[in-house]
Design a protein around this ligand. Structure first.
Ligand code: SF4
Length: 701
């Protein structure tokens, strides 16, 4: 293809959605830099973003051709696209005939572009006739989605990044943006440097890099978040730090919340959360007195059996203070993946329909069916990411098509995953990299195009839609995901509904489907995005400027128009303490790696920061176990064990150990498969797995 001298695109790693500029010089060399005009990052990039071009141009690990294997014990061998897709279509037809459409599932990814997500959703929900499509966003965001819906009436992050520079008190809960959303954190740091009165409070069981530079670090015991937020809510109410006008006119549930909080206090929280009382008092006063409270959270709250409850308890604070819908304030869920938002928008999850329509609403199902030109949509609920694996294991799900995600490392309780894949009749893996551990289970491998090799759109954490142009040809026979899916649809006999000329036609179709909904983007087009660079939804008309901030009129999307305050009960611990497993294991990320390292693991400079997996442990705990810095430890939980080197740090709480989540089994003595230790437990509402909690034993090898 003819290549332009320069393009503007968007980073494909995290939900910050930084703008990137790529230039081609006269010799044809490409260089990458932050886009100074992009409102998210204003020219800055973090370490991961800076090395993206190296990742994109290094084809050593790329999957180049379709591959199949006749049976599980045979090696994968090269085939062509016709044979691979015909084989999948024939197998799907046979399975559907025998077992119905719910015997098939699609597991997709927050890395996909919105057009890809949309076509996958239309194919599965509209034409295959099942809601068994779920995104790996289930693993990071679904508790926040449910939290927003239950409080604000819709999955509608109300803030924009510019609110950082207007905030007076920033409360970061269960997130380490200094490492995981670095460009946003730099904006926080710059805002504090220019405004020394701005307070930063970080709630985290670990002294992360974000916590280390905070004015106050509340190092709570894992799993005690709700005790803390309930105590802070009670303090705000008792000390008159609430906005009664807002509560009276724009919320419901205040009385029930007050009754529920009768026994909540900072003293009790100090005891149960294991945090000094004076620190809690200081935090409560800063939050109470602040004219602009901004709360940010991520996996620390979401990946829990009480994930939704954690969200509700935190959002209560913003609603009690009436601080939402104006500059510098509101609840802001940090999105992990670059296009987790896009997947939620198009309905690429088991419990959603496009444009935030409700799967359980017959009118919404009929609307979407009519739009797609199909008689009806299934009224049976879909299987979520972990439920699909359970169903494979039980033999209810016969085939799974995995696109752009690596569940062989990222799902909880990996032993169960191996049993499930072993029982599947067909596992299709649509991937870019030979580094994906899930390939070991693939019966069919479909090589996909990567970043810069396809065009489409993504939505970042602040609802900002950006256009990503195609710059490079995919290597070998790799194809953009969207055209793989359309080709498959044609082979199933549905070509009439998937005969798009290009990606803009897909975008326009999806945009029409949003018309009249809270996320209406019928005023957005590729032409506008190419001209204006990015637009925040909703944007219901071609001359509409987009919407930086939601709920500015304090009318919410609940049936009553009022935001809901929730009394949030304290949850039972997901697993009681036991002498057999005396440590609480928590998990997280390191600065320079992304997900399961299929991309960042290719870059030597990024690997230098943390060359191998490690177990972080307090020196006193380690001494009690007979371990020293660098020693090999066997970590054993209820669902498995692994061997890893110990790294000692006095900044972790005693009784808590930490493992990063990026690595596979690198060597016998460097096993980073943390999810062998994490039991598959899910939040009852969001069905998000609790990936941050297990009880384990640690012993010298
Ligand atoms: Fe990419 Fe996120 Fe880093 Fe920005 S902050 S460069 S979006 S990884």
């Amino acid at each position: 293809m003819a290549t332009p001298a320069s393009i503007k695109t968007t980073c494909c790693y995290c939900g910050v959605g930084c703008g990137i500029e790529i230039r081609r010089d006269r010799q044809g060399h490409l260089t990458l830099s932050g886009d100074p005009d992009h409102p998210a990052n204003r020219g800055q990039l973090c370490s991961k973003g800076r090395y993206l071009l190296q990742v994109a141009l290094d084809h050593d690990d790329r999957l180049l051709y379709p591959m199949v294997r006749p049976h599980r014990n045979a090696p994968l061998t090269r085939t062509n696209w016709d044979a691979a897709l015909d084989h999948i279509a024939a197998t799907f037809r046979r399975i559907i005939e025998r077992h119905g459409p719910d015997a098939i599932g699609f597991y997709v990814s927050g890395q996909l572009l919105t057009e890809e997500y949309y076509v996958a959703t239309k194919l599965v929900k509209g034409f295959l006739g099942t809601h068994n499509i779920d995104s790996n966003s289930r693993l990071c965001m679904s508790s926040a989605v449910a939290g927003y819906k239950l409080t604000l009436g819709d999955d509608a992050p109300p803030i924009c990044y510019d609110d950082i520079e207007h905030s007076q008190c920033i409360l970061i809960a269960g997130a380490n943006p200094a490492w995981c959303h670095p460009i946003l954190f730099r904006r926080i740091e710059a805002h504090r440097a220019a405004n020394p009165d701005v307070r930063l409070i970080v709630v985290d069981p670990r002294r992360t890099q974000s916590a280390a530079v905070a004015d106050l670090h509340l190092q709570i015991r894992p799993g005690t978040d709700i005790v803390l937020y309930n105590a802070l809510a009670a303090y705000l109410i008792h000390h008159g730090y609430v906005d009664f006008d807002f509560i009276t006119n724009h919320t419901e549930g205040f009385e029930a919340l007050c009754n529920h909080l009768k026994n909540a206090s900072l003293e009790r929280a100090a005891r149960l959360c294991d945090v000094p009382l004076e620190d809690l008092q200081q935090a409560a006063e800063w939050i109470g007195q602040s004219p602009a409270l901004l709360t940010l959270w991520a996996m620390g709250l979401n990946q829990s059996t009480a994930g939704v409850a954690n969200n509700l308890a935190l959002i209560n604070l913003s609603l009690l203070k009436g601080q939402i819908g104006r500059p510098g304030m509101g609840p802001f869920s940090l999105t992990g993946q670059p296009n987790a938002m896009g997947g939620r928008e198009v309905g690429a999850m088991a419990n959603l329909l496009p444009a935030h329509r409700d799967l359980n609403n017959p009118d919404h199902r009929a609307e979407v069916a009519a739009f797609w030109g199909v008689p009806s949509l299934s009224d049976r609920p879909g299987l979520t990411a972990t439920e699909m694996i359970d169903a494979l294991e039980k033999g209810r799900l016969k085939a799974i098509w995995i696109i752009g995600t690596n569940p062989a490392l990222s799902q909880p309780e990996l032993a169960r995953l191996e049993r499930a894949f072993a029982r599947a009749e067909l596992v299709v893996v649509q991937e870019i990299s030979t580094r994906a551990a899930t390939l070991q289970w693939a019966d069919v491998v479909l090589p996909a195009a990567s970043w810069l090799e396809k065009q489409g759109t993504m939505t970042n954490s602040e609802r900002r839609i950006t256009y990503l142009p195609r710059l490079l040809d995919p290597p070998g026979e790799a194809r953009p995901d969207v055209w793989i899916l359309c080709d498959f649809a044609r082979r199933m006999g549905w070509g009439h509904a998937f005969s798009y000329q290009d990606e803009s036609e897909i975008f326009n179709e999806y945009a029409r489907l949003t018309r009249g909904t809270p996320i209406d983007i019928s005023g957005v087009s590729y032409e506008r995005l190419q001209r204006e660079r990015s637009i925040q939804w909703p944007c219901p008309a071609p001359d509409h400027p987009g919407t930086p901030r939601l709920f500015t009129n304090h009318r919410f999307l609940t049936p009553s128009g009022r935001a809901r305050l929730h009394p949030v009960p304290e949850p039972a611990p997901p697993e009681p303490p036991s002498p057999e497993f005396p440590f609480i294991l928590t998990t997280g990320r390191v600065r320079d790696q992304w997900h399961t390292r299929t991309k960042t693991g290719k870059v030597a400079r990024l690997n230098q920061h943390a060359p191998e997996p490690f177990l972080e442990m307090h020196p006193d705990d380690a001494a009690a176990c007979g371990l020293s810095e660098g020693a090999l430890a066997e970590v054993t939980g209820r669902t498995g064990k692994l061997t890893v080197r110990v790294h000692l740090t006095p900044t972790i709480k005693r009784g808590v150990v930490f493992l990063p989540m990026h690595w596979g089994q690198e060597a016998e003595t460097a096993d980073g498969r943390v999810n062998v230790l994490i039991p598959c437990r899910i939040d009852p509402i969001s069905r998000q797995p609790a990936l941050k909690f297990a009880r384990v034993q640690v012993a010298p090898l």
